[in-house]
Ligand binder design. Sequence first.
Ligand code: ZN
Length: 237
Amino acid sequence: MVTAAAGKSAAAVPIWTPCFAPWRLLGKKANVMTGGHELHDTIAGLTRCEWAGNDPIMIAYHDEEWGVPCHDDRDLFERLILEGFQAGLSWSIILRKRPAFIQAFDRFDAQVISNYGPEDMARLLANTGIVRNRLKIESAITNAQAFLNTQDAFGTFNAYIWAFAPDIPPLRPSSLSDLRSTSPESDAMSKDLKRRGFRFVGSTISYAFMQSIGLVDDHVETCFRASGNPHATLAPR
Ligand SMILES: [Zn+2]
């Protein structure tokens, strides 16, 4: 029997996105959909930002995604929404649920999400694969409309969001304790996002978003990803 859910099988959801192609790094092939984060021998044991810890899914995220400049609107929207869902939870939980989020939220197609109605709300609240928080789910739908409006106003969300990049890159943190949770730029971003109708975009969430998408590079001095150009180990696109 064909059900509505069958039309959204995990296999139908592509994992490749312009800002998240794990195999760009050192030829490594990670399978984020199955959690098969087998670290490449040559990068195991390298010094990383402490927050990456020993959890393979966190290490993969740190090594391949965090702080790498992202300029794709769909990816930016996904990352902003996931940061909002993270509030009060650990990031590793969000990473583990990410494939389910991508599937449940129609691959973070803002146009589709902005048209979600009560049935979609019920579907999402019943989905144990994601974070079932009514306020957060409602905010994702609200944010989809705000995102589309911002795209209309600026041409792309990328153009809008990158205008908040610091004019002068801040000093690289020397240790985890140097990492800040907000900045004047994240304060400004948060204020403007809220003015445009976005929710779950406080300054702390905005700063985490800035770190994630590479508006700031907060890899600590001793981290192997801090050596020189953050793109140095990535293949040309
Ligand atoms: Zn790092």
